[in-house]
Design a protein around this ligand. Structure first.
Ligand code: PLP
Length: 428
């Protein structure tokens, strides 16, 4: 086969972009070489509909072993009783959960997208808002923290079937115990979507939702530093919380409802190459070196938040408990969109983001979201956060000055040269 020079040239360019720039997108990370190797392996060739030992295709004996190891490692990592490692993505994991426990038209209660929630928690442009009846809670305007009184008030009024905890742009920990109490009062199930802070939760740096929430979903590619993908989990005692009945009246265990909602409910064949990469990543996440890494992610986020505050930036809620922060740029007279564009020109990658009570559209926004998962993988420590914030500030205070941005870009490349990525060592 002739080499596809065009695509591989573009992939080289992408590698160069990743190596030279400062990656601050909170949902991104750099996987190790062995995770990439597994993701690019021969397991991509295999169809394996079903579960290990119960497949609809022959020749699954090896991928059965791989998937079983992925399941066992995920269970160990999160102290989970039951796990499905097949969802192709975080959105697919959430879709499967909703398919398993809801009927079309049922009420769900999620964190408002414009306050930091995720599309799959009830946005009207997503299946979750189209198939189900979405209601929302948000953050308190003064504190920037989840308004648990509002959550309770809406839950008591609407009596949703499912309450969703979790976010894409929220820097504080969650009171899962309180949410569970509210859910018990109204007869709802609780889903915690820990896609962002999964790595911090797995290693005990944030409150563990598994003892409180009936179901937990996550992506595998953010702080967890695995391949792009999803995961569904349950803790102890949640096999059959309400004796869920199928349309035929049979009582089904929650785990089998969830398995069936993944396949055949929302997916066909699982991506066994990605499952192999998940297994590798879970193994890494159980290691001492990952523990050091994830502790550093949190330290770096703290240091970065402090550096922003020192320069007069407004961080929603005033700081961070996890790996990210949401910055309201309204006092800096620049929109999220303009800031993102100017920063990208300097090879500093962030994403524009709505801030709570934003007066601008999602295409413009008043804020940016930044996270430290990726730069920490490159080996950066607290002392480098001041430098990064100083570079960001230089761009944001003079976003149209091409000459200055060019100079900042050179400084960015110089800084990142000292933190090699896939160049001369395994990116552990
Ligand atoms: N849930 C949350 C909280 C997320 O932040 C994301 C992605 O950003 C998702 C779900 C969706 O994950 P994916 O992009 O893998 O579908």
């Amino acid at each position: 086969m002739k080499r596809d020079k065009l695509i591989f040239k573009l992939l080289d360019e992408e590698q160069q972009r990743q190596e030279e720039g400062i990656e601050l997108i909170a949902s991104e990370n750099f996987v190790s070489r062995q995770v990439m190797e597994a993701a690019g392996s021969v397991a991509t060739n295999k169809y394996a509909e079903g579960l290990p030992g119960k497949r609809y295709y022959g020749g699954c004996q090896v991928v059965d072993e791989i998937e079983t190891i992925a399941i066992e490692r995920a269970k160990q990592l999160f102290n989970a009783e039951w796990v499905n490692v097949q969802p192709h993505s975080g959105a697919q994991a959430n879709a499967a959960v909703m398919l398993a426990v809801l009927q079309p038209g049922d009420k769900i209660l999620g964190f408002d997208l414009s306050h930091g929630g995720h599309l799959t928690h009830g946005s009207p442009v997503n299946f979750s808002g189209k198939l189900y009846e979405p209601h929302f809670y948000g953050v308190n305007k003064e504190t920037g923290r989840v308004d648990y009184d509002q959550l309770k008030e809406v839950a008591l009024r609407e009596k949703p079937k499912l309450i969703i905890a979790g976010a894409s742009a929220y820097s504080r920990d969650w009171d899962y115990e309180f949410i569970r109490k509210v859910a018990d009062e109204v007869g709802a199930l609780v889903l915690a979507d820990i896609s962002h802070p999964a790595g911090l939760i797995a290693r005990g740096l944030l409150i563990d939702p598994l003892p409180h929430c009936h179901i937990v979903t996550t992506t595998t590619h953010k702080t967890l530093r695995g391949p792009r993908g999803g995961l569904i989990m349950m803790g102890k005692d949640f096999e059959n919380p309400f004796g869920i009945k199928t349309p035929k009246g049979e009582i089904r265990m929650m785990s089998s409802l969830l398995d069936m909602a993944v396949f055949p409910g929302t997916q066909g064949g699982p991506l066994e190459h990605i499952i192999a990469a998940k297994a590798v990543a879970f193994g890494e996440a159980l290691s001492d070196s990952y523990m050091k890494y994830i502790v550093q992610v949190k330290k770096n986020a703290d240091a970065m938040a402090e550096a922003f505050v020192k320069l007069g930036y407004q961080i929603i809620s005033g700081g961070t408990d996890n790996h990210l922060m949401l910055i309201d740029l309204r006092n800096k007279n620049i929109t999220g969109k303009a800031a993102e564009n100017a920063l990208v020109a300097a090879d500093i990658t962030v994403n524009k983001n709505m801030v709570p009570y934003d007066d601008k559209s999602p295409f413009v926004t008043s804020g940016i979201r930044v996270g430290t998962a990726a730069i920490t993988t490159r080996g950066m420590k607290e002392k480098h956060m001041d430098h990064i914030v100083e570079l960001i500030d230089a761009v944001i205070t003079d976003p149209e000055n091409e000459h200055s941005i060019k100079k900042i870009r050179k400084r960015v490349h110089k800084l990142m040269y000292d933190f090699p990525l896939y160049r001369d060592k395994d990116s552990e």
